[in-house]
Write a protein that binds this ligand. Structure first.
Ligand SMILES: [Zn+2]
Ligand SMILES: [Zn+2]
Length: 212
């Protein structure tokens, strides 16, 4: 069964999650935006073996620590979708703009597309392409654990911003209603910022998508 622990990192309190298979102890880190020493300490404390980096999208608070961590630990970078290439290329500029430590661009070992799967030990996550916040945003879904790691697509009580280059409100709403809702009302999601919630709860009470 898939297990996970979430640690808010960077001044933006971005929810970086460490996922692991409790049978093999193989682990993946989703969106290592920064604060790498804290993430390394958490991995050591959990006693898991980090084997890959997964990315939902390439905004600085999600992807800023990727190149450094991949280099230091020899890890493959999986994701996001190629639509985020321009955000990856702009990481150095993003870090200057938001006052983050210098971040480097990188080349993903594997780009992701809608319908792909990613294995963490014996656990399998389904990949859904959910553009709107960024063009190449993906989410990772564990049907077995009824958990979805959704980055900045959906938050408890809110949705992702769409005023950045490549953002689009209607596309984001379509991603939420056509690709997240089918995962089921009882699926708990881990957003890129803030507390967890379930899709059922958001369908009832989130003012941006209630009743959709
Ligand atoms: Zn973002
Ligand atoms: Zn974010």
């Amino acid at each position: 069964m898939l297990q996970y622990q979430t640690l808010p990192v960077t001044p933006f309190q971005q929810n970086c999650s460490i996922l692991w298979c409790d049978e093999t102890k193989d682990a993946a880190i989703v969106d290592p935006g920064g604060d790498l020493p804290r993430l390394e300490a958490a991995v050591a404390r959990l006693g898991v073996r980090l084997t890959q980096i997964l990315l939902t999208h390439a905004h600085i608070d999600h992807a800023g620590g990727t190149a450094a961590l991949a280099k230091a630990r020899g890890l493959p970078i999986v994701g996001p979708h190629p639509g985020d290439q321009f955000w990856i290329d702009g990481l150095a500029e993003q870090s200057r703009m938001f006052g983050f430590p210098p971040a480097e661009a990188f080349v993903p070992t594997r780009w992701l597309a809608d319908g792909d799967t990613v294995a963490v030990g014996r656990s399998v996550l389904a990949v859904r392409h959910c553009p709107g916040h960024t063009p190449g945003h993906v989410v990772f879904h564990s049907a077995e654990a009824k958990r979805a790691f959704v980055g900045d697509v959906l938050f408890a009580g809110s949705i992702g911003r769409t005023d950045f280059p490549g953002g689009d409100h209607a596309t984001l709403i379509a991603s939420i209603t056509q690709r997240l809702w089918p995962m089921g009302d009882d699926t708990v999601f881990i957003p890129g910022h803030g507390p967890e919630s379930s899709f059922g709860r958001e369908r009832r009470s989130n003012p941006y998508v209630a009743g959709t």
